[in-house]
Ligand binder design. Structure first.
Ligand SMILES: [Zn+2]
Length: 250
């Protein structure tokens, strides 16, 4: 593994939280201080730990989504730069982004469920701007922090992350299948995206025919675009999708 050296979260990252995140309690704007993000609406203070915003409530702190083993992150961080599946997967995702997002360099990607951040670090190294990322596992975020100089957030897994509206591009890579209310999640994604914003997902495919790029097009009704869904079978998800089922869920 070729991890970047650990970097201290600077003032730039702290300030950038205010652009992508909102107060989980009231939706108010957040301003960065050294050790916390302060809400202008309700006055709540959300701790920053190494630049990672601790939005997750105490009841769910440390608990990840069902069907996912947190110890997997350590293994993932060690193999994802070399193992054929991840190397191929990230190349497919980058290719899909370049193919379907013509203004890619002007669309910072916010990744929901970033894990240890290997995919994002790869995309960033290949010119994809990264707006930020979140995960329900602090273990993954600590590993991601070593590779990414972007705002990271530790969030609850039983509701959508507290994102500011107007996001230009949202990614959920092998995440949707872990979420009980996947339809509600897609509606939330459409809501926080700017008009014409782009939603990118990889989901496990049900059919072998889907073991490639399975859909591309624009969802006019929700003002978002599905740019890519690639098949995966590696994760322990709750369900499988076909291109048609993802379409209808949106
Ligand atoms: Zn607030």
């Amino acid at each position: 593994m070729t991890a970047a050296p650990v970097r201290a979260a600077g003032a730039v990252i702290v300030a950038a939280h205010g652009h992508v995140h909102r107060c989980p309690a009231c939706g108010g704007a957040l301003a960065g201080r050294e050790e916390a993000l302060a809400c202008a609406g309700c006055g709540a203070a959300w701790p920053l730990e190494g630049g990672i915003a601790r939005f997750a409530s105490a009841r769910s702190a440390g608990n990840g989504p069902p069907g996912f083993d947190a110890s997997y992150f350590d293994l993932l961080a060690r193999v994802e730069d070399e193992q054929f599946w991840f190397v191929g997967r990230r190349a497919v995702i980058l290719d899909g982004l370049r193919r379907f997002v013509p203004d890619l360099s002007a669309r910072p990607l916010y990744d929901v469920g970033c894990g240890p951040g290997g995919l994002l670090a790869y995309l960033a190294a290949h010119g994809v701007p990264i707006a930020g990322a979140c995960d329900a596992h602090m273990e993954g975020l600590v590993l991601a922090r070593r590779r990414l100089d972007v705002p990271l957030a530790h969030v609850d897994n039983d509701g959508p992350p507290p994102l500011a509206r107007g996001q230009k591009m949202l990614g959920m890579f092998d995440v949707l299948e872990h979420i009980d209310d996947d339809e509600g999640t897609l509606r939330w994604a459409a809501d926080v995206l700017e008009p014409g914003g782009i939603f990118v997902a990889t989901v496990p495919a049900r059919l072998i025919d889907d073991f490639d790029l399975v859909l591309a097009g624009q969802l006019v009704a929700v003002a978002a675009t599905f740019a890519l869904a690639a098949a995966t079978t590696f994760t322990l998800g709750l369900r499988r999708y076909t291109s048609g089922s993802v379409w209808t869920r949106a």
